[in-house]
Design a protein around this ligand. Structure first.
Ligand code: GDP
Ligand code: MG
Length: 258
């Protein structure tokens, strides 16, 4: 894909109203420091447009990057940063929940997992949470340059078994250094966002990213106190409990309350 323009168009915090976009959205989730901003820069062909940091938890906002005026890369706030307080954790939960629940244009969800490690408890919760909203995330196994070639298959198997992934093709190794995996990711974006119609016919994977059957959409909403109003789905409840109990932490120190 030729990148003609990139624009950080919208930045949403906890008090923001999420934009009602017309263009398809490609969501990028994962723990702090896993490589979300680096992936976005790689996909945009920019060195440092999205801010990267070796300190975890810089992004506590939802950032919408408009690409070529044809789709958005949506950078979701990272989780897994233990020092955040309860209020910040509740805000983080609400932000992600609002996004997955409200956005009508989500076409493709990527969940980034560090290729060197087993998926964490938070990664598993996040995976199930995304599925409970009707999407099957494609796993981007990041920092692939740090793995020996011989470790690849073992790491891939571990991710597949841990998350109970049915389709092996839904794990893509990516390196921000070598850009390995970029083309594969772009192929998925093009297909799922319907950017180039002719590619649709030659691929059997159009439906890989939405749950088959008729998934029950969760109706649970977050109240200001961070507790869900209603509990419908198993994984929704699980993540609610995890955030409330402090097991699942948002990345970063969070925003100051406006
Ligand atoms: N070696 C290597 N380092 C990476 C890769 N992706 C990200 N990093 C580094 O990991 C750190 C966190 O990356 P960042 O993109 O800010 O993560 P985010 O918090 O998920 O947005 C930074 O120091 C990056 O340079 C990669 O593919 N390979
Ligand atoms: Mg980031």
């Amino acid at each position: 894909m030729i990148i003609k323009s990139v624009n950080l168009e919208t930045v949403c915090g906890i008090t923001s109203v999420l934009p009602d976009n017309e263009l398809p959205e490609i969501a990028i989730a994962g723990k702090s420091n896993v490589g979300k901003s680096s992936l976005i820069n790689g996909l945009m062909g920019r060195k440092s447009y999205a801010r990267t940091s070796s300190k975890p938890g810089k992004t506590q906002t939802i950032n919408y990057y408009n690409i070529n005026d044809s789709f958005y890369l949506v950078d979701l706030p990272g989780y897994g940063y233990a020092t955040a307080n309860v209020e910040i954790k509740a805000q983080w939960g609400k932000l992600i929940e609002d996004y997955l629940h409200q956005s009508k244009k989500i076409k493709f969800v990527m969940l980034l997992i560090d290729s060197r490690h087993e998926p964490s408890e938070n990664d598993i919760i996040m995976y199930n949470w995304i599925c409970s909203h009707g999407y099957i995330p494609v796993i981007i196994a990041t920092k692939a340059d740090k793995l020996r070639v011989t470790e690849r298959e073992t790491r891939k198997k571990a991710i597949i078994e841990c998350l109970k992934i049915e389709n092996d093709n839904n794990v893509i190794f990516y390196s921000a250094l070598s850009q390995e995996g970029r083309e594969d990711i772009y192929d998925r974006i093009i297909i799922t966002a319907g950017l180039e119609k002719e590619k649709n016919d030659s691929s059997g994977s159009q439906n890989n990213n939405t749950c088959s059957g008729n998934p029950e959409k969760t109706k649970t909403r977050w109240r200001k106190n961070g507790r869900p109003e209603r509990k419908d789905s198993g994984s929704q409840q699980k993540v609610s409990r995890a955030v409330q109990s402090g097991k699942m932490s948002p990345g970063g120190k969070g925003r100051k309350k406006k």
